[in-house]
Design a protein around this ligand. Structure first.
Ligand SMILES: [Zn+2]
Length: 292
């Protein structure tokens, strides 16, 4: 199968890592690095028809509700704190306006944004997630392709919380972001960072590679360069400190070592400590602004 960079279309790439779908199928994949633009991407890429099968698991947390046990309870508690932090990153200093949340899942983020008076629209491919979301939020939820029918410059804020790494048509998605954001509007993108300490430590067992559900793998350098070609300037970066613990815990499980919770907590703490100096957090939040 030919390597084709999902951003620049170059076929020149090197293989950086061989790894498995540790989460579900145990199938083999590899991570390519585009020698033209530097983007890292998963190969082989499942077709649009087949990708759905890789999401079919009761353990896929983002769409799960009301689970029992210590880890799900901890996950829910952390999620609440995280949501407030995310809302602050996305809306601090702005007047209340229109917000688009792409990959809204069951509507957690829109729920907190609506409580602050934001008029929201959600994009979500999963019918199950949509059905849950519609019971708890006011916002309309659409399929991704419907974005093309929305007029230019419709939103003050667009958020993608751990979504851009899943996107199949990266070029189309970033063109839509550029088209839909108002001048001086804010685009907030959270993605895993393979340059973080935990990414470098766990290597092919790093849970945030999550192949083939994650198709695109960004560093600060590559995402900044990609967005700049669309006149979207990086204004600042933020961190999501809990992701280092969660990803380290998952990675320890993939290693089949004893005490994954304790070891994951240690590795996550170490990752966050190192990131204070390096700026390479396990999950990065990039805040872009449209200048033109
Ligand atoms: Zn490229």
């Amino acid at each position: 199968m030919n390597n084709i960079c999902p951003w620049c279309g170059s076929e020149k790439a090197q293989i950086n890592l061989w790894l498995k779908d540790e989460f579900l199928t145990k199938e083999d994949f590899h991570i390519c690095e585009c020698l033209s633009c530097g983007l890292q991407y998963t190969m082989p890429r499942p077709s649009k028809e087949k990708i759905g099968a890789y999401y079919k698991s009761d353990e896929y947390y983002s769409h799960q509700e009301n689970k029992k046990g210590f880890i799900p309870k901890l996950y829910e508690a952390v999620k609440k704190v995280n949501l407030k932090h995310k809302l602050k990153i996305a809306t601090k200093g702005l007047q209340v306006g229109k917000l688009l949340d792409i990959g809204c899942g069951v509507g957690d983020f829109i729920h907190v944004a609506e409580q602050q008076g934001w008029k929201c629209l959600g994009v979500e491919p999963s019918d199950d997630a949509k059905a849950i979301a519609r019971k708890r939020i006011k916002a309309n939820i659409i399929n991704s392709e419907v974005l093309e029918e929305i007029p230019d410059e419709s939103f003050d804020v667009i958020t993608m919380w751990h979504v851009l790494e899943h996107v199949d048509d990266l070029k189309w998605q970033i063109e839509q972001l550029r088209r839909l954001i108002k001048p001086n509007g804010r685009i907030v993108i959270a993605v895993p960072n393979y340059k973080s300490y935990d990414g470098q430590f766990y290597k092919e067992l790093w849970a945030a590679y999550d192949v083939p559900r994650h198709l695109n793998h960004f560093s600060k350098q590559t995402i900044t360069k990609i967005f700049k070609t669309k006149e979207l300037e990086l204004k600042k970066t933020e961190k999501l400190i809990w992701d280092a613990y969660y990803i380290s815990f998952m990675s320890e499980q993939y290693k089949h070592h004893k005490f994954p919770l304790v070891k994951g907590a240690f590795r996550g703490l170490l990752s966050n400590c190192k990131a204070r100096c390096s700026g390479e957090w396990s999950s990065m939040v990039y805040v872009f602004e449209r200048n033109l």
